[in-house]
Design a protein around this ligand. Structure first.
Ligand code: SF4
Length: 344
């Protein structure tokens, strides 16, 4: 048995003794594990908690998720961002109801066939909810494993990831697969942390960790630099006519696909008059910025009172928009300021 394998019981004991109590851990049904893992992608645990509780109250079953109206679903997701994740959840829920009798599949292979489920989520559901020996390798686990083994390969390389997944599966005890998966995640989140020095002195793996022995933890993991984000300068318009504001729907494909948004254009592309509307009053609002994965929007925001509404848009009162539409957070700043001005 390798040193690492010998240290696994200590890791499990540490997890059992001190893991954070989280709602999806208390009742780890496949549905709850799945939804929590999708919410946790790119979002911190503390931020996810209120969303998770609200979501489970509103949609407690796969069937409820499959049947909910899309606008209501997006409203429940509002604030978590990455709306395509919510849409994929629903697509997958429909498949689960239609093809699996409402029960999430219990193998990685079958889970991978569902929309929005990649190797990480499939591994998490299969191991945590079904006790299968399936690795769930995310950034936390990559960091812990590369440090434990002093692995200096690029973690962006799929081969490195595959090898680490294979090692995790080898170490995963048959009878406590789910606990092992969660223990590794917990170790990465609480002890072998990403920013700043890891807390090796309280780590259950300290005795077998090569990075600790060689004092190189801060040099790991190795990640090749990302491509710089593309910067887009955009003009965002809050068009208002008789107390109603214009919303438009984005295209079905690409960034923020299908969401309702404030009309906006690339700098220099289009003005109010290009939509056939005559501006009566134009107020420049505070500028704002929003960072997506590959693009950064730098926005100049305008509140524009128009003489007549353009029929291409949906015109609604701010109250109705706030209550029923999930405006992407990129527009939050402009929206908040504009509503204050319209209602003030
Ligand atoms: Fe991470 Fe330190 Fe534990 Fe090694 S000993 S796994 S570097 S916290």
């Amino acid at each position: 048995m390798t040193d690492l394998a010998q240290a696994v019981p200590a890791l499990l004991d540490w997890y059992a003794a001190g893991a954070r109590i989280l709602p999806w851990r208390e009742l780890p049904t496949p549905y709850r594990v799945w939804v929590s893992e999708i919410m946790l992608q790119q979002t911190r645990v503390e931020a996810v908690l209120p969303y998770f509780r609200r979501f489970m109250e509103a949609l407690p079953t796969v069937e409820a998720l499959a049947a909910v109206e899309e606008d209501r679903l997006l409203k429940l997701w509002e604030g978590l961002g990455y709306y395509s994740r919510a849409r994929n959840l629903q697509k997958a829920a429909k498949c689960i109801v239609e093809q699996h009798g409402g029960k999430l599949p219990d193998t990685v292979e079958a889970l991978l066939k569902l929309p929005g489920i990649g190797p990480y989520t499939a591994g998490a559901v299969a191991s945590i909810a079904y006790g299968r020996r399936a690795a769930a390798v995310d950034g936390n686990v990559l960091r812990v494993m590369t440090r434990l083994t002093a692995d200096f390969r690029d973690i962006g390389d799929p081969k490195t990831k595959r090898d680490i997944a294979a090692l995790v599966e080898e170490l995963m005890p048959e009878e406590s697969a789910g606990m092992f998966t969660q223990a590794l995640m917990e170790l990465g989140a609480m002890v072998c942390i990403p920013n700043g020095a890891p807390k090796c002195e309280v780590c259950p793996m300290e005795g077998v960790c090569l990075a600790r022995q060689r004092d190189i933890a801060l040099s790991l993991p190795v990640k090749s630099p990302k491509k710089p984000r593309r910067i887009e300068n955009r003009r965002v318009y809050v068009f208002v006519h008789e107390g109603k504001v214009a919303l438009e729907q984005r295209k079905e494909k690409g960034l923020l696909s299908g969401l309702w948004q404030l009309p906006n254009v690339l700098e220099g592309e289009k003005e109010a008059t290009d939509w056939g509307m005559r501006p009566l009053d134009v107020v420049e609002l505070q500028p704002s910025k929003h960072i997506f994965t590959h693009i950064e929007w730098r926005m100049t925001n305008y509140l524009v009172a128009v003489e007549a509404p353009c029929p291409d848009f949906l015109w609604l009162t701010p109250t109705k928009i706030t209550a029923q539409y999930a405006l992407p957070s990129a527009f939050k700043k402009a929206w908040t300021e504009a509503v204050k001005r319209i209602e003030g």
